[in-house]
Design a protein around this ligand. Structure first.
Ligand code: NAD
Length: 500
């Protein structure tokens, strides 16, 4: 390990961390939590506390929502032209990139993920997403409609639709891609003219706090982007607050479901990006080694803590043995370590609790008769590391095949016919993503429409594009992030009828 580069990367995080306990960001300034409570943030690679942040409750949430409501109605924000919002968001994207080293280091510090992933996904792709969304500000449109209203002689009617910002948005995000997923919500919301209260996961609040400061530097008026840190209590208070008109949530299915119920009680808008148990289908025209490499990326990327992780791999019988063996080899070769070590491919899981959860899934799979091909153990004595793990001889009746593990654990199963592969892939409560691996174009075209998933990849997995809507069917969610769909999520349609 190159210690000098490791220390330098850690030092980059100090501009935020040498300030002592970190308060919320409300109305353009740091605001200490009303209850005076702070909670620790740990570096999961070394298990040590690296920061303390506000452990907020309903009183803090009320302050943040009030600030967002004031900003929503203020001339400084509501009076801006779309082109002004576009320019501000482009400035924010530039600032995210300019502070990319610091943000990536903070992300690696709080999540443990390899620095290269933090930089590429959370920072660079995050900034690109802000830029993409900024472009929409000047392209939001309604329609002029043909009207059939019959009126008294001499009276005509003009009917049209307008798109207006939905109001104050609560953005509640998880810990796996903290900055990127926060930006998926913040950028389109601001583009549409909404104001935001962002609640990061309690494990990963640091980049969100820095983002709010950068937003101010970019010229966003005070109160347009607020950050309230804390756990489920802060999130629940935000969801329940009557001043919040839209909740944009990414996280577990259980929490998403309760948010949906609570939002519906007061008719707040909501969109939910939830869990997954995504299948990869490898057809027998594929080279098994290449397919195994794709499957390894599909499951082990970001320690398997990816909602679209390809955790169920179905291989046509001819190549089943070869793919199992290759995946086992690839898993065994992956280098575990600190995300600050440039050679690291697998960092720690997010927390001790999550490591225990993943280990319990693995133990249960072994008890139910799954064959352990690789991994299965804790990765290191200290830090929350888990070995990349491959199971064979699994079947649809097993918990490990049905439940989301959200870790580097994959089940590999054989199939004989394409019909069988489709029905195995669809035999899941979830429906976030799926991928098909084959060069037989006509077969691919027959399989894609039959897969119950919000996104289907062919010969790739986990590939996102800012223009391509992202979200799930079945228990994987409600609504779509990214693309034009995101703009629709943060606007209300107003119908206007003018008699003349
Ligand atoms: P989680 O649901 O426990 O927490 C997500 C966020 O919700 C956190 O900020 C948390 O503090 C908050 N929260 C928790 N309870 C709440 C409540 N009752 N009311 C309001 N907010 C509450 O999820 P997690 O463990 O942080 O993340 C892992 C899960 O997220 C996995 O299931 C994964 O599949 C899912 N995920 C989905 C996507 C997607 O786009 N579909 C992306 C990433 C992660």
């Amino acid at each position: 390990m190159n210690l000098s580069s490791l220390n330098q990367d850690r030092l980059r995080t100090l501009s935020l961390l040498d300030r002592g306990p970190l308060a919320n960001w409300i109305g353009g300034e740091s605001v200490a939590p009303v209850g005076g409570r702070y909670s620790p943030v740990r570096d999961p690679a070394i298990e040590l506390v690296v920061a303390e942040v506000a452990d907020s409750d309903a009183a803090d949430v009320a302050l943040a929502v009030a600030a967002a409501q004031r900003a929503f109605q203020s001339a400084e924000w509501a009076g801006l032209r779309p082109a002004d919002r576009e320019r501000m968001l482009c400035r924010l994207a530039d600032l995210i990139e300019a502070h990319g080293d610091e943000l990536a280091a903070l992300e690696t510090l709080e999540t443990g993920k390899p620095l290269s992933i933090a930089r590429a996904i959370d920072v660079d792709a995050g900034a690109e997403h802000v830029r993409y969304m900024a472009g929409w500000a000047t392209k939001i449109e309604g329609s002029t409609l043909a009207s059939s209203i019959g009126g008294p002689p001499g009276v005509a009617y003009q009917t049209s639709t307008w798109r207006e910002p939905v109001g104050v948005v609560a953005a509640i995000v998880p810990w796996n891609f903290p900055l990127a997923i926060a930006l998926w919500k913040v950028a389109p919301a601001l583009t549409c003219g909404c104001t935001v209260v962002l609640k990061p996961a309690q494990e990963t609040p640091l980049t969100a706090l820095r983002l709010a400061e950068l937003a101010q530097l970019a010229g966003l008026p005070a109160g347009v982007l607020n950050v309230v840190t804390g756990g489920p209590a802060a999130g629940a208070a935000l969801v329940a607050h009557t001043g919040v008109r839209k909740i944009s949530f990414t996280g577990s299915t259980a929490v998403g479901r309760s948010i949906g119920h609570s939002a519906l009680d007061r008719m707040a808008r909501f969109s939910l990006e939830l869990g997954g148990k995504s299948p990869l289908i490898i057809l027998d025209d594929m080279d098994p080694w290449r397919a195994a490499q794709g499957a390894a990326m599909g499951i082990f990327f970001n320690q398997g803590q990816v909602c679209t992780a390809g955790s169920r791999v179905y291989v046509q019988r001819r190549h089943y043995g070869a793919v199992v063996e290759a995946l086992g080899t690839l898993a065994g070769q992956m280098k575990l370590g600190s995300g600050f070590d440039p050679e690291t491919q697998i960092g720690p899981l997010i927390s001790a609790r999550h490591l225990q959860r993943v280990q319990a899934h693995v133990a249960q799979a072994c008890e139910e008769g799954a064959q352990l091909v690789a991994g299965g153990q804790r990765g290191r004595d200290s830090g929350f590391f888990m070995q990349p793990t491959v199971f064979a001889n699994t079947h649809a009746g097993m918990h490990i095949v049905r439940e989301e593990v959200f870790g580097p654990v994959v089940c590999v199963m054989p199939f004989d016919t394409v019909d069988e592969a489709v029905s195995l892939a669809n035999a899941s409560d979830y429906g976030l993503a799926a991928s098909v691996w084959s060069n037989d174009l006509s077969l691919v075209h027959r399989v894609v429409p039959r897969l119950q998933a919000g996104i289907v990849w062919v010969n790739t997995h986990n590939m996102l594009d800012n223009n391509l809507p992202f979200g799930g069917v079945k228990q994987s969610g409600y609504g779509r992030d990214l693309g034009r769909s995101a703009i629709e999520q943060f606007t209300e349609l107003k119908s206007v009828c003018i008699a003349y």
